[in-house]
Design a protein around this ligand. Structure first.
Ligand SMILES: C[S@@+](CC[C@H](N)C(=O)[O-])C[C@H]1O[C@@H](n2cnc3c(N)ncnc32)[C@H](O)[C@@H]1O
Length: 351
């Protein structure tokens, strides 16, 4: 068998893989976090691919059963475990839903599956996952009640109609994973975690009581400072809980409000400086002006600006034309982020 050696960002060591396997493999930081959360004596990873996640399960758990339907991928998974000096994994090649595979797996503490999904789908759906979640739960119900599944993070909590925790995870400020936890693994209905720092929030308080929902005041004008919330907060519908907990923790923070730019972008805004790892970019709102490149350009010349990051829903074909017009002749030191709402330009300086 020909084995290609691919290197992927976020992996510490070189991994054996084909193009497809590395594309779907779990990044190291995520795999480490998830392995710590699912740490137990015996775990079955029933769609292990090239073993990106299996390696870290094996480091945390006493023993791991790794199942994979594709014979090529399971060979890569074996090689990758060898590369990481791992010897507590039993590899099983076959369909995780077939009786022959199921009977090779004894009672375990946790069954984990990171299923395949179609390369492209207009709207991500739970039923497109392979092996399917309900089938796995039913097939392995006499092995454990504790299941964890990876699902496409684009799916909002309401589209996941199971009794489980929906954990949205961001990596370096980008939405990266959604993990569903069942049985004793479920800690709440919804949660958000931002990696690598590990800041997190969930929909219940420490006593397990539901935190309820809070309304954030929506404003039509930004205050002195603007903040981009971590995408895991937005996707998990936990933005209002986050604002409430931030206000509760600090007496001097009274009002954190919501400013919607467009369907895809929103900012939190306040007259107080906030510091929180779940706020990925913090800005001083510099000026609000007409969205006309020549007007913006002359404003920026007065503010020592050299570079402008266009954060607007513009046609990608026009991006560089607009940006070059706005940046024409700028030679200052500052970098500005430019948001556009209803033909109004909002110029923000990173602080
Ligand atoms: C997203 S990848 C897993 C990636 C893996 N977690 C990693 O970090 O490397 C999904 C894998 O599920 C496997 N798969 C799909 N259906 C399966 C089934 N019925 N039984 C076992 N494996 C299956 C696919 O071949 C694919 O390699």
């Amino acid at each position: 068998m020909v084995i290609n050696l691919s290197r992927k960002k976020n992996f510490e060591k070189t991994l054996y893989s084909d193009k497809d396997g590395i594309r779907f493999a779990t990044p190291k930081i995520v795999a480490q976090y998830r392995a710590k959360r699912l740490k137990c004596k015996r775990l079955a990873d029933i769609s292990c691919g090239i073993g990106g996640q299996t390696i870290f399960f094996a480091k945390e758990c006493d023993f791991v059963y790794a199942v994979e339907i594709d014979p090529k991928k399971i060979e890569y998974a074996k090689k990758n475990c060898e590369l990481h000096d791992i010897d507590n994994v039993e590899f099983i090649c076959g369909d995780a839903l077939s009786p022959e595979v199921i009977e090779q797996i004894p009672k375990v503490d946790v069954v984990f599956s990171d299923p395949s999904r179609p390369a492209k789908e207009n709207k991500r759906k739970v039923i497109s996952l392979e092996p399917g979640i309900p089938k796995v739960i039913s097939a392995y119900s006499d092995k454990t009640h504790n299941f964890a599944f990876e699902a496409p993070p684009q799916m909002p909590p309401k589209r996941i109609q199971f009794d489980c925790e929906r954990e949205y995870l961001s990596l370096n400020g980008q939405l990266n994973r959604l993990t569903l936890y069942f049985g004793e693994l479920k800690q709440c209905e919804r949660s958000a975690i931002s990696l690598p720092d590990g800041a997190h929030i969930n929909s219940t308080d420490a006593t397990g009581k539901n935190c309820g929902t809070y309304d954030i005041t929506e404003v039509s004008q930004l205050r002195t400072y603007a903040y981009e919330p971590d995408p895991s907060l937005v996707k998990s519908d936990l933005l209002s809980q986050f604002v409430k907990s931030t206000e509760n923790k600090m007496d001097d923070i009274k009002h954190v409000e919501l400013f919607t730019i467009d369907k895809k972008r929103l900012l939190l805004t306040s007259d107080t400086i906030l510091k929180n790892p779940m706020l990925k970019n913090n800005y001083l709102v510099m000026q609000v002006t007409e969205f006309k490149p020549e007007v913006i350009n002359s404003t920026l010349k007065k503010h020592d600006v050299g570079k402008v990051v266009l954060r607007a829903g513009v046609d990608p074909a026009d991006y560089w034309t607009i940006r070059n017009e706005i940046e024409n002749g700028l030679s200052g030191k500052k970098t500005i982020h430019l948001f556009v709402k209803d033909r109004t330009a909002i110029l923000c300086e990173i602080i």
